[in-house]
Ligand binder design. Structure first.
Ligand SMILES: [Mn+2]
Length: 414
């Protein structure tokens, strides 16, 4: 069985006020060419099809047109789509019966029932077990598991960690599949998931993804036997998890944030006679992201406003998302900000904001500023805000800002 694995499309994302439609069309064209060349039996999309739970008409049209276009490439091509944490499970699933006519299987959510079956499952497993056929014969299965809240993985023992519960959930699902009369030993099994695996390389993500409840311990997962390929979504950095070749994040199709300045790709998977071979197929990025003049580590290696202004000509004619980094002792004035923005007017580069770098505080400052919990509790939100501002910027909050901030505090504590 041949599989094309992709995930985290985030259709409809607005990036610093810019629509990404053109980039999605560019990605879809590439994906189409890859599919024509690779001829997979099934395309697996492991969640985060849309960026928001309520995609616009334009986003939905983009998605529908593309999937229909894909399915028309080859009447035998199957497409399996699962929801991610960004998708609305019910919205994604609403056209399920229509999609079936196009050989597209969509799983947005599990259909739970209130009683647990003999096989220990409290949902309908048939919905997620998708047979993949070639010339009318079943050659494999996609166990299409969508994004799930931690609480929805059934507990075996109350003391079980979420990780153990997730592993157990897959194990039960696989046991059910293997009991089906249509199942045969020589059929390939691909399982999907939209979750965070511990030890995964989370480049491009904020740290809050670690330590989240849904995080799965790879040790628990290694015990789940019988899966030829794990097609994961959620983490945007493409990777084989801990070097395990048949357990992968396909990663996002192009940078969704400034932290995703790396190569993007999809995975072609070939499962034959119980052996899995993967090939990472690189994608081109239509509009690159640029940290200008470069991404400094802090105040010391950032460049001051005047220097950055003088250098802007180097970047403004590039079709790229540009974030400007400026070293400054005081918060930039509005005039400073506007003059940087003006440089972009009428040029190809897309302005994506300014990051300021202030002088690092010395350790002795820190010692003086330590407050006891009691002292902190006695501060009003307004005082605390002013204090934080001063610490961060090394200068007192300007009067105008103080006035506005005070109004906000009063409004909020009413
Ligand atoms: Mn995502």
């Amino acid at each position: 069985m041949k599989v094309l694995h992709t995930s985290d499309w985030h259709i409809g994302q607005i990036f610093h006020n810019y629509s990404r439609e053109e980039e999605h069309l560019f990605f879809f064209e590439q994906l189409k060419s890859i599919i024509i060349k690779e001829k997979p039996d099934v395309v697996v999309v492991s969640g985060d099809v849309f960026h928001t739970a309520t995609p616009t008409i334009v986003s939905q049209r983009l998605y529908y047109n593309f999937i229909v276009d894909l399915s028309r490439l080859d009447s035998d091509l199957q497409i399996v789509i699962t929801s991610g944490n960004h998708d609305s499970p019910s919205r994604l699933e609403a056209p399920r019966p229509l999609w079936e006519a196009f050989n597209v299987s969509v799983v947005g959510m599990l259909d739970y029932h209130t009683v647990t079956d003999d096989d220990g499952l409290n949902f309908d497993p048939n919905k997620v077990e998708i047979p993949i056929t070639r010339n009318g014969a079943v050659i494999g299965w996609v166990v299409a598991v969508p994004y799930m809240n931690a609480g929805n993985y059934p507990a075996v023992k109350d003391s079980d960690s979420v990780s153990k519960r997730i592993a157990n959930f897959y194990q039960k699902l696989l046991a059910h599949l293997k009991n089906r009369p249509e199942y045969a030993e020589d059929q390939a099994i691909v399982a999907t998931g939209h979750l965070a695996v511990g030890n995964a390389d989370i480049r491009g993500h904020s740290a809050d993804i670690i330590g989240k409840l849904e995080t799965l311990d790879i040790k628990d997962f290694k015990k789940v036997k019988g899966v030829d390929y794990w097609a994961f979504g959620h983490i945007h950095y493409p990777q084989a998890i801990k070097g395990i070749d048949n357990m992968r994040y396909a990663g996002s199709a192009f940078p969704i944030s400034f932290n995703e300045n790396y190569d993007h790709s999809v995975v072609s998977v070939n499962i034959e006679n119980g052996e899995t071979k993967t090939t990472v197929i690189p994608l081109k990025t239509l509009i690159p992201i640029i940290d200008f003049p470069s991404k400094p580590s802090g105040y010391k290696d950032a460049e001051p406003f005047e220097t950055v202004m003088m250098k802007l000509f180097e970047v403004i004619d590039k079709k790229a998302y540009v974030r400007v980094h400026v070293q400054t002792d005081q918060p930039l004035t509005q005039e400073n900000t506007i003059s940087i923005m003006r440089e972009f007017d009428g040029h190809d580069a897309l302005f994506c904001g300014i990051q300021s770098y202030f002088p690092e505080r010395s350790e002795s400052d820190d010692i003086q500023e330590v407050k006891t919990l009691r002292e902190l509790k006695e501060l009003s939100p307004f005082e605390l805000g002013c204090d934080v501002y001063q610490k961060k910027n090394g200068t007192e909050m300007p009067e105008e800002m103080k006035k506005l901030f005070k109004e906000v505090c009063e409004e909020a504590t009413k």
